[in-house]
Design a protein around this ligand. Structure first.
Ligand SMILES: Nc1ncnc2c1ncn2[C@@H]1O[C@H](COP(=O)(O)OP(=O)(O)OP(=O)(O)O)[C@@H](O)[C@H]1O
Length: 488
C-alpha cells in the first residue's frame, strides 16, 4: 500500500472505511476501501461476496474493482474513484431533477442491474449511498451483500437499508429474489422526483405501514413463505385506499408513475377521469406492442415487479415516433447537471444492527448508518392520512501496471519491508490473464507472515489488458468521459 497516498476519508461503512487516495506512481486517483476485519488467508479474501461478484461483473455502470491488496493481514480494495454518491446529490439538490436527468440516471442504473441479474447476482442493498456518480455516469457500488441468484435459501433475514427494503424482506420471507432490487429501484426512482425517500420508515413496522399507506392493502397470497406475515395483519386491519401517486409525486409523468406503482388496474386511487383515460390507452398500447404493463416496481408481490430488462422497455424510456411508426428511446439529458452546491446541515444518524447468517461470508455483525428523514412532503402525506385511514472497462484490472519485481521483493525482504500482492479481478477463465489461475486461492504474499502458503514472495505478475468495451445498450448515454475510455 506504499504506492498509495491517502488523501481523505470518504465514508465509514459497515465493513470498511473508504478513502480517496492517489497512486503515487501513476498519479491516478482511486478509492481505497480498508476492511475492518483481519484477513489471514487469501482464500478468505477471495470468498468475500464483494470479490466474488465484482470479479464476474464487468459493466460501465458497475463500480470497477481494480486490485485487492492484502498487507499485514489487512485487506484493501482499490476501486475506481467516483466523485459523489446519489445520496449526497439528492440532499444537496436545490430544485427537482428534470425528468430527462432522472431517465438518464435510471437507464444507466437499470443497465448495470440487468447485467448483474443476467450474470446471476443480486445486490440486496441498493440505495442512493451505494449509487456512485461522476459527472453524468452512475455506477452501482458496495457489493458486500451481493448474492448469487442460484444460491439456496433460506437467506439472511435482514438485508438492505430499511427505507429501500422490499416487503418480502420486511416480512422475513425465507426465499427472496432479484425482485428485491427492483423494489429498491422503484423507491430510488420516486426519490429522484421528490428528493425525499418515499417510504421513510422509522422501524420495521413503520416501514410496512408507510408502504401500506402508499400501496394500499396487500394481496396476502403474495408472501407464501413469509415468517412474519402477522406483521401485516397488525397494520392492515382496515381496507386502505392507497395514495394517489400522481399527487405524491406531482412532477412525475404518467409513464414514470406507471413504472413505480399500479394506478388503474388492480387498485383504486388513481385520480381523475382524464388520467384514467390516458393510462387506459397507455396500457392498451403496451398490450399491442408487448410491453409489460401490469408489472410495477413498487408492487407488494415480487412476481409483479418488472425485471431490469423489462423496465428498460417501459414507455418511461421509450416514446412512439409517428414518423416511423415505431417506439424509439426517449432522449436522455446529456450531460447531467449534478453539481453539488453547498453542503447542507448534517442529517441525524441512526444506528441499525443487522444480524447476518452463519455462512462464512455472512459472518459479521453489520452496523449501518442510516439517515433519518427530515420532515418532507411525503412525511406530511403519511402523517395526514393517520393510522385510522389507513472502460470502459478498459477492464481495468489494470493491476496498476504493476509488476512485482523479484529484485524489489528480495531487497524489501532484506530490510524487513512487508510486500503485498495484487490480484486481478478478471474472471479466472479469462484467457489473457498471465498469472496462474490457482493463485487466487493460494496467494499469500506478505513475505513475513504467510510464507508457508502460496507462491514465493518474490513472485510477481503483470496483467495484460483487456477486454473490449462492453457497452451493451443503445441508450446508455455515451458522453465525453465514456468516450475517452480512460483507464481508471
Ligand atoms: N469507488 C468509490 N469512489 C468514491 N467514493 C466511494 C467509493 N466507494 C465507496 N465510496 C464512499 O464510501 C461509502 C461507503 O462505501 P461502501 O458502501 O462500499 O462501504 P460499506 O462498508 O460496505 O458501507 P455500507 O455500510 O453502506 O454497507 C459510500 O457510500 C461512498 O460514499
Amino acid at each position: 500500500m506504499e504506492r498509495y497516498k491517502i488523501l481523505k476519508e470518504l465514508g465509514d461503512g459497515t465493513c470498511g472505511s473508504v478513502y480517496k487516495a492517489m497512486n503515487i506512481e501513476t498519479s491516478e486517483i482511486v478509492a481505497v476501501k480498508k476492511m475492518k476485519r483481519k484477513f489471514y488467508f487469501w482464500e478468505e479474501c477471495m470468498n468475500l461476496r464483494e470479490v466474488k461478484s465484482l470479479r464476474k461483473l464487468n459493466h460501465p455502470n458497475i463500480i470497477k474493482l481494480k486490485e485487492i491488496v492484502r498487507e499485514n493481514n489487512e485487506l484493501f480494495f482499490i476501486f475506481e474513484y467516483m466523485e459523489h454518491n446519489l445520496y449526497q446529490i439528492i440532499r444537496e439538490r436545490q430544485r427537482p431533477f428534470a425528468e430527462e436527468e432522472i431517465r438518464g440516471l435510471m437507464s444507466q442504473m437499470l443497465q448495470g442491474l440487468a447485467h448483474m441479474h443476467r450474470n446471476g447476482y443480486f445486490h440486496r442493498d441498493l440505495k442512493p449511498e451505494n449509487l456512485l456518480v461522476t459527472n453524468d455516469i452512475i455506477k452501482i457500488a458496495d457489493f458486500g451483500l451481493a448474492r448469487e441468484v442460484m444460491s439456496m435459501p433460506p437467506f439472511t433475514d435482514y438485508v438492505s437499508t430499511r427505507w429501500y427494503r422490499a416487503p418480502e424482506v420486511l416480512l422475513q420471507s425465507s426465499s427472496y429474489t432479484p425482485a428485491i432490487d427492483m423494489w429498491a429501484v422503484g423507491a430510488v426512482l420516486a426519490e429522484l422526483f421528490t428528493l425525499c425517500p418515499i417510504f421513510p420508515g422509522e422501524s420495521e413496522m413503520d416501514q410496512l405501514y408507510k408502504i401500506y399507506t402508499v400501496l394500499g392493502t396487500p394481496d396476502w397470497s403474495s408472501f407464501p413463505e413469509a415468517k412474519n406475515v402477522s406483521r401485516l395483519f397488525s397494520i392492515s386491519y382496515a381496507e386502505l385506499v392507497p395514495a394517489n401517486l400522481s399527487e405524491l409525486i406531482p412532477n412525475a409523468s404518467l409513464e414514470a408513475i406507471d413504472l413505480i406503482k399500479v394506478g388503474f388496474f388492480g387498485q383504486p386511487g388513481f385520480g381523475g377521469y382524464f388520467d384514467l383515460l390516458i393510462l387506459t390507452v397507455l396500457n392498451l398500447v403496451c398490450s399491442i406492442y408487448c410491453i409489460p404493463k401490469l408489472q410495477k416496481l413498487c408492487s407488494w408481490d415480487p412476481l409483479k415487479r418488472p425485471t431490469a430488462d423489462q423496465c428498460l422497455q417501459h414507455p418511461f424510456f421509450y416514446v412512439m415516433c409517428p414518423q416511423v411508426d415505431t417506439w424509439i428511446p426517449r432522449p436522455l439529458e446529456d450531460p447531467l447537471q449534478l453539481k453539488l452546491n453547498n453542503m447542507s446541515a448534517k442529517p441525524n444518524l441512526e444506528l441499525n444492527l443487522w444480524d447476518f447468517g452463519t455462512k462464512s461470508d455472512d459472518c459479521f455483525l453489520g452496523l449501518t448508518l442510516a439517515v433519518n428523514p427530515s420532515v418532507s412532503n411525503l412525511d406530511m402525506v403519511h402523517k395526514a392520512k393517520g393510522p385510522g385511514e389507513v472502460h470502459l472497462f478498459s477492464n481495468l484490472v489494470v493491476m496498476s501496471n504493476f509488476t512485482f519485481s523479484t529484485n524489489k521483493a528480495t531487497e524489501a525482504n532484506r530490510f524487513g519491508i512487508v510486500f503485498s500482492v495484487f490480484w486481478s479481478l478478471l474472471p479466472p477463465d479469462h484467457h489473457r490473464i498471465m498469472a496462474p489461475v490457482e493463485s487466487s486461492l493460494s496467494l499469500s504474499f506478505s513475505t513475513i507472515s504467510h510464507s508457508s502458503v502460496g507462491v514465493s514472495p518474490s513472485a510477481g505478475f503483470a496483467m495484460a489488458s483487456l477486454q473490449p468495451n462492453m457497452l451493451d445498450s443503445s441508450f446508455l448515454p455515451l458522453t465525453s468521459s465514456f468516450q475517452q475510455g480512460r483507464c481508471l
